[in-house]
Design a protein around this ligand. Sequence first.
Ligand code: KG4
Ligand code: ZN
Length: 380
Amino acid sequence: MRVLGIETSCDETAVALVETNPWSTDILAQIVSSQIDLHRPYGGVVPEVATREHLRNLPLLVPQVLKDLNLTLDSIDAVAATEGPGLASSLLIGHSYARALAVALSKPMFGVNHLEGHLYSPFLANRRSVEFPFVGLIVSGGHTLLVHALGWDRYIKLGSTVDDAAGEAFDKVAKLLGLPYPGGPEIEKIALKGNPEAFGLPRSFPERDNLNFSFSGLKTAVRFFHEKSAQMRNDPEWINDLCASFQKAVIDVLVRKAVQAVAQARVERLAVSGGVMCNKTLRDELEFACYEAGIELILAEPSLCTDNAGMIAGVAAEKLAAGIEPRCGDDINPNLNLFSPEPHGDMARGLNAAIKLKNRQSKQLPEEGDVAPAGEVEVW
Ligand code: KG4
Ligand code: ZN
């Protein structure tokens, strides 16, 4: 079974062809065309520029992927594209192109949730089929999310950021320090030369069973040090220390909450992805913490942590292999939710009830009516 995948949710145009095998789904070929150089002068992604590039790139990349493999369109069994969440105009280009292609070829079409792609990408990267249940951690420029994955389309939200995503915090702190976009790789480089203990920066939500994140206080603390120290900030060593301390504060919270989420969900494996997971110090610290806690860590290599089409095609291919009917909405959905409106069966209902009871006992959920929005089971 071969699935062609298209991903255009933000500023990368990506096309991949994957193939299912009995024990895994493998990427046969993939091209990811990054637009970072075009957006850098603006300090962030400009939707109109991204849309124009997707429109220009897609008709070139699809034939190129097939040509690289010496294959034709006939060899595709299904088409998949990102349905959401993401930038509306960017999503529309890839989704419309994929739908037109599927209709022309008379092949099934899958609309895939971008976040489901990220949850699955560590398995794809390690050339193994997805194994439920697991806890997924997605750390990107748009999301910081902990998910209890029970099965395909059966996800429970364990925690998420209440303000900035971790990648967004890296980008904003970098901007404050006059570093280029995207800020994560720049801060990582500079942090290598600094002392991570030099500044006492805050860690959000230190309570053990609170799995939410907040990075805006940390960002404000960096701004405070920066503005207060007009003389020091011209000293490269001072900047190195500030970057190292900021990075350490982000990593501490991510690692601690990921390990805690695995314990709370009572699973054995943690699958992580998203652009911030390219950070080598974060990868090392998470590996060490998981080793100590006896957690199986499934980590994607950097090229599959960031946005890619292999993960979109892979979700469709694995669902087809599991006998799940192809599903595609008529339209894209920039706010597509990963969590279905109803709790997912007995297991999720039981977990939900147990979490609420536990939190009420620890006085974190004062009122019966004070629960998470429909479909989003939050640990509070
Ligand atoms: O997953 P991604 O490519 O795009 C989405 O946001 O979906 O993630 C991009 C984010 C940016 O905020 C970027 O600064 C951050 O990932 N990032 C990093 C590193 N590489 C990319 N953050 C920290 N350290 C890195 N090495
Ligand atoms: Zn993404």
